[in-house]
Design a protein around this ligand. Sequence first.
Ligand SMILES: [Fe+2]
Length: 327
Amino acid sequence: MSRVFRVPVATTRPRTGGGAGNAPAPQAAPARAGIVAGCLSPHPPHLIYAENPPQNEPRSTGGWETLRWAYERLRKRIHEVHRPDVLIVHAPHWITMVGHHVNCAPNPRGISVEPIFPHLFRYRYDFRTDVELGEAIVEEASGLGLVTRAMRDPRVRVDYATIGALHLANPAWDIPVVSLSANNNPYFYSDAALEEMEVLGEATRRAVEATGRRAVLLASNSLSHLHWHEEPALPEDMEREHPYNNHQYRWDMKLLEAIRRGPTAPLRELITEHIEATASETKAGSLTWLLAAMGWPKVAGDVLGYGTIIGTGNAVVEWLPEGSPHG
Ligand SMILES: [Fe+2]
């Protein structure tokens, strides 16, 4: 990895309570601060298009219901169980060429447009940022050697991967947000360079704990990422929706079976293999950031749903931290 993008990073600290085998998990009070859940939260614009929320201009007749029902279950858990102070999202389409940016504009407002599917996604957004936590992430990441900046320009249009994951996880937009950019570094190299995401995850965890927040993390990534190049006359025609091919599907199942089996540590290597096999969008690092922030917990992930969107694989998954009272 080029040193243009960062200075040498500090070694991440081992997570406490990380003993082998059946070591007792740390006990947690029900209302503890910290990262209370992490969610794989894919953002294809089709899901919001299919829901017809008032913020999105195009209208649809529905579609992709199994994934949308999975998101409905996730929303219920976020609101009724996790009750976070903040949602922190890492999204692959806020691309920064140098380092990592954290959106510290207090009240981003505007229209987010999906450049390939503008007929599906023209979304009017207006949300609040947890600026104190955003600044804490910048400070912690910088302290760990990452090139990191606070983005404070309210005119910067928020990308559809950030808006998509946030809307689908919390369409009421009643929880403050911190959004992180995806450094484009992995796309300059043949192998996925996810090492930095381990550090960004550690910085995120430290900042959440230092500020005493209850945080839910959203990794805004699809899985297998080959897709159709022709759209049906009715975009939500479900007769046309299926995996790109069986190879892509089998690799998604291999990853999801490992997630459902737990623990998360073997996913480190499997995520890289999955990227090489399927051009997975996790190459942008969101999933690795999320699991690193949670300390690669010795838990199984709960796969709430899987489905394809224009042939790409998408799963809604929830991980709880070790020792969670809800695990
Ligand atoms: Fe995407």
